[in-house]
Design a protein around this ligand. Structure first.
Ligand SMILES: Cc1ncc(COP(=O)(O)O)c(C=O)c1O
Length: 357
């Protein structure tokens, strides 16, 4: 059997969720959209359900998958509905629904709902992706109340630059939010992971942690709370072939790496078809037989090469950690010019093995 696999530590997931609640004192919706950032939404929801205040997903298809698996906790649709006929399923399954656009508000007003729904009313406080314009926010709130279709409204917005700790943009977004919600007696939800970890002064009745649940930091610099997170996913494989090469020999596609000295090179069963980033360059960290080493040459579809020269104990069958408890996914992401979010979401083909449920 091909030795590539992803180990998912559900105990670490719970640990990270508790940190989100502990440092904010708020209720926390665990963001498990995109198959829990590649970690398996149903398994993650099952592991958290006993303690989580609820879950957040991108769309009704993801929410229905949770209900089909028996998850009864609240589930928020972060983009609300895409088509009006989803509203009957929202009512039937008790999903919470973001309203980010006036067309959604109008659809709710017109829909013959058999039961009032919970709406999270989203303000565009400066990110300019989705969310109501501040000038429409108060009237949208009043219209929802007047519609009789809504049981509860939570006021929300989303940060564009909370991962930049020395940047004023988040404070400016909070100011826009505060002005827009003046006088509205409703709970609020602003903070995603970087704001949970790095912006303790921002109020929130509800927080929406995503990436931190999986143990990765959203910051490029060190952060005290982020350093307490435990990586949930370990992506590992084994050395399947070993080469002894003299100086001056090319390795892999495009001969992008030429040995400068005699080298021992290990070939690992892991490639971009598994989601390992093809753009990870020579020098990207890996752990081989418990010792840090580096990727060399181009990543292929099913294989990649690592340097075994200074790891005499490593050889055929040695375990290689591509990321996990020792090699941080955020370091691999940075080397490859991307973010841990994408590294996790891209994972495919490898079997997932769960522990700690
Ligand atoms: C509206 C909203 N809230 C929360 C999150 C979670 O963000 P993070 O993974 O940075 O915690 C996301 C993710 O994109 C989001 O879109």
């Amino acid at each position: 059997m091909r030795p590539a696999r992803a180990l998912i530590d559900l105990q670490a997931l719970r640990h990270n969720y508790r940190i989100a609640r502990e440092v904010t004192g708020a209720r926390a919706l665990a963001v498990i959209k995109a198959d829990a950032y590649g970690h398996g939404a149903v398994r993650c929801a099952q592991a958290l359900e006993a303690e989580a205040d609820g879950f957040a997903v991108a769309c009704i298809e993801e929410a229905l998958e949770l209900r089909a698996a028996g998850i009864r906790a609240p589930v928020l649709l972060l983009e609300g509905f895409f088509e009006t006929d989803e509203l009957s399923l929202i009512v039937e399954h008790d999903f919470w629904c973001v309203v980010h656009s006036l067309w959604q508000l109008e659809a709710i007003e017109k829909a013959p709902l058999s039961k009032p729904i919970t709406v999270w009313l989203k303000l565009d406080s400066g990110m300019h992706r989705v969310g109501l314009h501040p000038k429409d926010y108060q009237s949208a709130y009043q219209r929802l109340l007047a519609s009789g279709k809504v049981a509860k409204i939570v006021l929300m917005s989303h940060f564009a630059r909370a991962d930049e700790l020395n940047c004023q943009a988040s404070a400016e977004q909070v100011a826009v939010f505060e002005a827009a919600r003046q006088g509205l007696a409703a709970e609020v939800s602003l903070r995603n992971s970087p704001a949970v970890l790095g912006w303790p002064q921002i109020p929130s009745d509800w927080v929406r942690p995503g990436i931190m649940l999986y143990g990765a930091t959203p910051f490029e610099e060190a952060n005290a709370v982020a350093s307490r997170l435990q990586p949930v996913m370990t992506l590992e494989s084994k050395v399947i072939s070993v080469r002894e090469l003299p100086a001056g020999e090319p390795i892999g596609y495009g001969a992008k790496f030429i040995t400068q000295k005699p080298m021992r090179v290990g070939v690992v069963a892991m490639g971009y078809a598994d989601g390992y980033p093809r753009l990870a360059p020579t020098g990207t960290p890996v752990l081989v037989a418990g010792q840090r080493s580096q990727l060399i040459g181009r990543v292929s579809m099913d294989m990649l090469c690592v340097d075994l020269t200074d790891i005499p104990q490593a050889g055929l069958g040695s375990t290689v950690e591509l990321w996990g408890k020792n090699i941080l996914a955020s370091d691999v992401a940075m080397a490859a010019g991307t973010i841990p979010y994408q590294i996790f979401c891209n994972l495919r083909r490898v079997p997932m093995l769960y522990s700690g449920s």
